[in-house]
Design a protein around this ligand. Structure first.
Ligand code: ZN
Length: 360
């Protein structure tokens, strides 16, 4: 379900028929096409944002749930976050934009998709990411997952073990029920059950006060919820003093209850996603660079991502330097700031626009 801000975007207007015709004429002649894809592609599948739409994680500090430091601190909390995202992604369905891109990939062997999405929907629509596939294209698939995939697990200690896994829950402590119970416990001790952690009301108030300072008017003033009470920043000069005797919020999950690496038997498995502070996979970056080097580029599609932020901006510029014309497909006009004379800018939901302009 889309949040308030997502649903208030510009409703798709009728596309300018002459712009669509010009685009399609160019598309018909295009051989080497690159699509740079962001979260907006999955918007009408209900997976618009990094922080999923149910709000459970909305106020969590990304440092605690999507960084190597967060993983070292509490892998259980990180896994709770990713289990939730996996569950939402599994419930979602590919939308017509995913299928339109998969269709384009079949028609144009020179097409490559650079996706920042980890939700697996492009693959489910039929675009190969090469995972676990022994055919010749497997090592250089048309779909390049810049930020990884929620459904690939790897050894957290880099022993090289990797597997694809769609199971839910991945292990008993990550069941939906467990995650929600823990969220309640973390929220305000509402459920005074057996489940750790039991932090004091004082701690929750202190954290909520700190979050209020950070979030400003976005802070919800009603009764404390799990989201309000979650720590946004662990340190900071203006952080309220929390007595040392009070435990720091923690998932309470023991590493031994999480998925162990069968490769080395000496480490946990983690999701194969790129966390904040981590670099993109080197082999993937090299494949993309090689693709750009190989020949001129005819067309660049920038879909569902702001054209002014990396990596979309960088790849669009690279394509432009290789002669590509650029077409933006985005919900908001202001996300097309980088567009230049001669570009196409189609404003609206990718699920409506892409099938129309790609003629599928
Ligand atoms: Zn291992």
């Amino acid at each position: 379900m889309a949040s308030e801000t997502e649903s208030s975007v510009t409703a798709p207007r009728g596309l300018d028929p002459s712009a669509v015709a010009a685009f399609q004429a160019h598309l018909a002649q295009s051989k080497r096409i690159v699509a740079v894809i962001g979260a907006g592609l999955s918007a009408s599948s209900g997976l618009a944002t990094f922080r999923d739409s149910n709000g459970l994680w909305a106020n969590h500090d990304v440092h605690l749930i999507a960084t190597p430091a967060g993983w070292r601190r509490d892998p259980g909390l990180v896994w709770q976050f990713y289990s939730d995202r996996r569950r939402n992604a599994l419930k979602a369905e590919p939308n017509p934009a995913h299928y339109a891109l998969a269709e384009l990939a079949k028609k144009k062997p020179g097409f490559v998709a650079l996706s920042q999405n980890v939700d697996g929907l492009l693959q489910r629509a039929g675009l190969e990411d090469g995972y676990g596939n022994a055919n010749a294209n497997a090592n250089n698939p048309q779909l390049k997952l810049l930020h990884g995939n929620l459904f690939d697990l790897v050894c957290a200690n880099n022993c090289g073990y990797t597997e694809q896994n769609f199971k839910d829950p991945l292990c008993p402590v990550l069941s939906e029920e467990n995650v929600e119970n823990r969220a309640n416990v973390m929220g305000a001790g509402i459920k005074d059950g057996e489940k750790p952690p039991k932090a004091s009301a004082l701690l929750f108030e202190a954290i909520a006060a700190k979050n209020k300072k950070i979030l400003g008017e976005n802070f919800k003033t009603s009764a404390l919820s799990a989201a309000d009470a979650a720590p946004l920043k662990e340190r900071g000069e203006d952080a309220p003093k929390i007595p040392d005797t009070v435990p720091v919020l923690h998932s309470g999950i023991q590493p031994s209850d999480l998925m162990q690496c069968p490769g080395c038997n000496n480490s946990l498995l983690r999701p194969r996603v790129v966390w904040f502070g981590e670099a993109l996979a080197q082999d993937l970056v090299e494949q993309v660079d090689a693709w750009f080097e190989e020949d001129k580029v005819d067309l660049c599609l920038v879909i569902g991502t702001s054209g002014s932020v990396w990596p979309a901006a960088g790849y669009a510029e690279q394509a432009r330097k290789k002669g590509a014309r650029v077409a933006y497909v985005n919900m908001r006009q202001e996300d097309m700031k980088r567009s230049q004379e001669g570009d196409w800018a189609f404003v609206g939901d990718a699920a409506i626009i892409l099938p129309e302009i790609l003629g599928s």
